[in-house]
Design a protein around this ligand. Structure first.
Ligand SMILES: C[S@@+](CC[C@H](N)C(=O)[O-])C[C@H]1O[C@@H](n2cnc3c(N)ncnc32)[C@H](O)[C@@H]1O
Length: 403
């Protein structure tokens, strides 16, 4: 298939790993262009047409940005692996790129123009950080990585952003008959392991928040080796827990933030963790037996804090405020308006919102603001170098009367 090629002047970065440009003279339809940088002149190939916008890949650069570098990974090309969006961007410029995206989401969706945003790097550089990799197995039984917005498997020798221990595993050089995926994990304690379809022989052991965690392979855990401690530290810095305070750890996973809070509030502190996934709840119950004040609730956060059911079957929320501190760490979709309103209704002194999607985060910040709350502080971290992903940790608090 021959795709249309256009010459573009590339504009600002946009959420999702691309920049915005316009085709035509005078400039008309919006094009989201990957493999480009703001200010560049590129030849781009149109890859998708949608009502109102196009998608394109820059395939040659006519005028390069000073922030452009040679991608360290040979598969970071439009026709190859789609895992990394920013391999062509210098490391410092990746941080600025992500800061611009968070700033733009806060301006557009939270109504906070010019909110100061700085994205902090994690130790270890931009390569060799990824401790969990899911490979897809192709029709010939070989494990590779997926092309961007496609089910096509790209054969690779090794993934450059994967942890060195994962790069050394014999995953890509051998057949995986009857598997559809291969999962590889490099835990912080113990050797790296790979298993077909996530079928690991035993648990995974991680170290974070001053303790060792024994986790079922399927339970959520942060992917960057420094992420768990970085986020736990940021949450504590923002919340400044005080002796005697109570806390909710919502979307709590295996209990990383509950454990960090208990480190400040005491092992008998009144902490409630809410988590929907069975494996994560089991991990929290098994790993945090020393936290005598901890209650682990297996439920969706929506049911636990908003209530569930309709009509006569309607049940009120299992959790009722007041509570002093709340950590919210939802999946990419965000907490949503109903949970955010229930969080405000619990009347906490402070909320730490850990967000892996800045758009969902900004929408929930808007709900907080509409409820008389403010985004008091924001920290952002480069937990996913070479990709467009960025993690935000926001401190939300009620605006004082007369404030
Ligand atoms: C981003 S992870 C955070 C986990 C944990 N806070 C950590 O840092 O390790 C989000 C967690 O929310 C859980 N989850 C997703 N949707 C949920 C829901 N509606 N209610 C409760 N938990 C949910 C997932 O199973 C996952 O463990």
């Amino acid at each position: 298939m021959i795709m249309e090629r256009v010459t573009l002047t590339v504009g600002a970065v946009a959420h999702g790993g691309h920049c915005v440009a316009r085709v035509g003279d005078p400039p008309g339809q919006v094009v989201f262009v990957r493999h480009a940088l703001p200010g560049e002149r590129v030849v781009a190939e149109i890859t998708e047409e949608h009502p109102g916008y196009l998608r394109a890949d820059a395939i040659s650069v006519l005028e390069a940005s000073p922030d452009r570098v040679e991608p360290p990974c040979p598969y970071a090309r439009p026709d190859a692996c789609g895992g990394c969006d920013l391999q062509h961007v210098a490391p410092a410029a990746q941080l600025s790129w992500k800061a611009a995206v968070v700033r733009e989401q806060l301006a557009r969706l939270a109504g906070l123009p010019d909110f100061p945003v700085r994205v902090e790097p994690l130790p270890g550089g931009t390569l060799g950080w990824r401790t969990r990799v899911r490979y897809t197995v192709d029709a010939a039984d070989h494990a590779g990585l997926l092309k961007h917005r496609s089910h096509e498997v790209v054969p690779i020798d090794r993934c450059r952003i994967a942890h060195p221990a994962i790069q050394e595993l014999p995953v890509t050089g051998r057949p995986w008959p009857s598997a559809s995926t291969v999962d590889a994990v490099a835990p912080s304690a113990g050797p790296a392991v790979a298993a077909p379809d996530g079928d690991f022989d035993g648990p995974i052991v991680e170290r974070a928040a001053g303790r060792e965690w024994t986790l079922p392979a399927g339970a959520f855990w942060q992917v960057h080796p420094a992420a768990a401690d970085t986020l736990a530290g940021a949450v504590l810095d923002l919340l400044e827990p005080r002796p005697g305070e109570s806390a909710w750890d919502l979307y709590g996973g295996a209990g990383l933030f509950a454990a960090a809070l208990a480190g400040k509030l005491g092992t008998d502190a009144d902490i409630t963790l809410v988590e929907a996934a069975h494996s994560a709840v089991a991990a929290a119950r098994d790993n945090l037996t020393d936290l005598t004040g901890l209650r682990v609730v297996r439920s969706t956060v929506e049911a636990a804090v908003v209530g569930s059911g309709r009509g006569r079957a309607r049940r009120g929320p299992a959790l009722r405020g007041p509570v002093d501190l709340i950590v919210l760490d939802p999946p990419r979709t965000g907490a949503g308006a109903a949970v955010t309103k229930a969080v405000m209704a619990a009347d906490p002194r402070a909320v730490a919102y850990v967000a892996c999607d800045p758009a969902a985060f900004a929408r929930d910040v808007r709900t907080f603001r509409d409820g008389g709350w403010q985004l008091a502080t924001l920290r952002a971290f480069d937990l996913f170098p070479m990709t467009h992903h960025v993690e935000c940790v926001g401190l939300l608090s009620r605006i004082p009367l007369g404030g």
